[in-house]
Ligand binder design. Structure first.
Ligand code: GDP
Ligand code: MG
Length: 627
């Protein structure tokens, strides 16, 4: 039952004060809390075990506590335990309380006493008491394995009982319902008719009883009961096979035995299923690192495997480990990002040639830098200022690109490590921390590098690329034609300039003195800018490839080992520690497996004896108590 396997149980249900606790008391031969209103507020599992000694042993078990008690104190002990579980008020709880009664001569029975049902909450009871109680009752009587012991007071009309209504909901034909009629002494009239006509579908039959009244001892109560059914003018007419506590005990024992025999094959199967499931689960639990050697092996294994994976996906473009996961096809994704970056650079520096601004900036700058000197020297500052403006425009893009790239790499590395660390959670946090530190360092280096690259373009201008002179010369070849159009006002004001497309030139007609120089400068900047952009993209790509190689092939392994094994880190010992929750789970699994194995043996034993003996009733419940 601890492992959630339903065993055949006898569940006692009945309306409030119908006499449930009294019936249990009579069966167990001990006193239980009795009274008006609700006094059973939690499920009470009562396990009766016949034993040889004359000494009565009583033991209360709840919430993993075991309390030895005595006949005199058991009532109080139950009340204290109930208050501990369900509070001091009138509230109720699902958490059961187990009372083990070892007493000479008691029937070997396990029964569950439940809170009685009431439609109307009495003073101090929660409003939804009916729902609460009927939920508990339903939980216990729904399983097909449960035998329902329906306690009915002789003083009431049976069909009006709530407990009858409830048990009929789960057991229509009544095949697993037995009725006990209490208080026969108080309402003898018509009792014979009530139990013989069976208006309420009780499949397992009725037993009429008279429980202990007031301060009677158990023995007195049995004598009085026997006398009552022997000599009472009406009650004596009821067949002796359906009256008295001893008859009830005998019936219950038989029913329980038959029910156990019927359920055994299913129980065996459930034990096996549960056992297999737990063994599987245990074998899939994270590895426990028992020695320094184990820990070293694990560390080598993880770092080696993670490095291989990262090498494949980040450097070599082999993604067979992640065939479906597009994110992990890293070389392709990084190429995408680089491509986007270069597109952004180009589009950010593209200009509008039809707005009437063509050459205006250049002319303004030339005017401002005019000095006393010959007019056909192009001032170098003008070129540099124009270049700086262009660099300024795109300066953030390389940084944004690098930040995005590193957060992607961090993501990928995190995924890979998490995958390889799944079996070693005790190494996880330190490993992840080490790589995060490393990645943060690499990112910082990249940022510095990128800033330097941008700075360089800002203050220096050089290329050894022969394309520069070639392209400049080919753009300049258009100058004379352009000047002709500008000087001749009758020409159209749109000019088709190779490398720019349609250019608006009308506004340049008044400024013709500066146009030639301005055009020259613009062509130099334009040609040079293409080289700058290409150089930026190339350098960033080279830097990235270099950083990744360094990280994967060298830094990562060192960083992780330093983080895990460094002297101030607790070294290898810490790797041996398992998290308490994991250790707890492992222990629970082991305990549960042990218990299930034992249960399996016990049940197998019973099954053997059944098949050997043929007649199993008596053997069965003896074995059950041993079990
Ligand atoms: P529960 O609420 O169903 O557990 O009912 P209890 O066992 O606490 O009984 C309620 C009351 O009915 C108590 O005062 C008992 O003494 C009384 N009672 C139970 N059975 C009998 C019986 O057979 N005869 C008489 N006269 N009273 C009984
Ligand atoms: Mg009770």
């Amino acid at each position: 039952m601890k492992e959630g396997i339903q065993l055949p149980t006898i569940v006692v249900v009945g309306d409030q004060s119908s006499g449930k606790s009294s019936v249990l008391e009579s069966l167990a031969g001990i006193s239980l809390p009795r009274g008006q209103g609700i006094c059973t507020r939690v499920p009470l599992i009562m396990r009766l075990q016949d034993h040889h000694s004359d000494k009565v042993e009583l033991q209360l078990e709840y919430e993993s506590k075991t309390i030895q008690t005595s006949e005199a104190r058991v009532s109080d002990a139950i009340n204290v335990a109930t208050e501990e579980i369900a509070g001091t008020g009138k509230g109720i709880s699902h958490t059961p309380l187990t009372l083990v009664v070892r007493k000479k001569g008691v029937p070997d029975l396990t029964m569950i006493d439940l809170p009685g049902i009431t439609r109307v909450p009495v003073h101090g009871q929660p409003e939804d008491i009916y729902e609460q109680i009927s939920n508990i009752i339903k939980d216990y009587i729904s399983p097909k394995e449960s035998i329902i012991l329906n306690v009915l007071s002789a003083t009431v009309d049976f069909p009006t009982c709530e407990s009858i209504r409830m048990s009929q909901l789960v057991d229509k034909t009544g095949e697993r319902t037995l009725a006990v009629v209490t208080k026969s002494d108080r309402a003898p009239e018509g009792l014979l008719e009530k139990v013989t006509t069976d208006a309420i579908n009780i499949g397992l039959g009725y037993v009429c009883v008279r429980n202990r009244i007031g301060d009677e001892s158990y023995e007195e109560a049995r004598t009085k009961e026997a006398e009552l059914f022997e000599s009472h003018p009406l009650l004596s007419k009821i067949d002796k096979s359906i009256v008295g506590i001893p008859v009830l005990a005998q019936k219950l024992v038989e029913i329980q035995a038959a029910s156990i025999a019927r359920c055994l094959p299913e129980i065996v199967k459930k034990i096996n299923d549960k056992l297999n499931q737990n063994v599987d689960e245990l074998s899939q639990m994270p590895q426990n690192l028992a020695s320094a050697g184990d820990a070293m092996k694990a560390l080598f294994h993880i770092t080696g495997a993670a490095k291989d994976s990262l090498k494949k996906i980040l450097l070599q473009g082999e993604f067979e480990e992640y065939p479906e996961d597009k994110k992990m096809h890293c070389t392709a994704r990084m190429a995408d990002m680089l491509h986007d970056f270069s597109n952004q650079l180009y589009s950010k520096s593209a200009e509008d040639t039809l707005s009437g601004n063509f050459l205006i900036d250049e002319i303004k700058l030339l005017e401002e830098s005019e000095g006393i000197g010959l007019p056909n020297f192009i001032p170098r500052t003008v070129f540099l200022v124009l270049l700086q403006r262009k660099v300024d425009q795109i300066a953030v893009l390389p940084l944004v690109f690098m930040t995005k790239m590193w957060s992607y790499i961090e993501d990928v590395v995190g995924d890979v490590l998490t995958r390889h660390l799944a079996a070693y959670p005790q190494l996880k946090s330190a490993t992840i921390r080490a790589t995060q530190n490393l990645l943060a360092q690499s990112k910082k280096q990249s940022e510095n590098h990128v800033r330097e690259l941008v700075q360089m373009e800002m203050i220096a201008d050089y290329t050894s690329n022969p394309e520069y002179m070639k392209n400049w010369a080919s753009l300049m070849a258009q100058r004379d034609r352009l000047m002709e159009v500008i000087r001749n006002a009758s020409q159209p004001s749109l000019f088709n300039l190779n490398g720019f497309g349609q250019v608006q030139v009308g506004h340049l007609r008044q400024k013709s003195s500066m146009v030639e120089q301005a055009f020259d400068i613009k062509m130099r900047v334009t040609v040079y800018w293409k080289i700058v952009v290409m150089r930026l993209v190339d350098s960033l790509a080279m830097h990235l490839l270099f950083s990744l190689q360094k990280l994967v092939n060298h830094d990562m392994l060192h960083g992780i080992v330093d983080e895990l094994m460094g002297p101030q880190r607790g070294g290898i010992e810490r790797m041996l520690e398992e998290s308490p929750s994991l250790a707890g789970k492992r222990e629970r699994m082991n305990r549960s497996i042990k218990l299930l194995k034992q249960s399996k043996d016990v049940v197998a034993n019973i099954m053997d004896r059944i098949s050997a003996d043929g007649q199993f009733d008596n053997i069965l419940f003896q074995d059950q108590s041993e079990a």
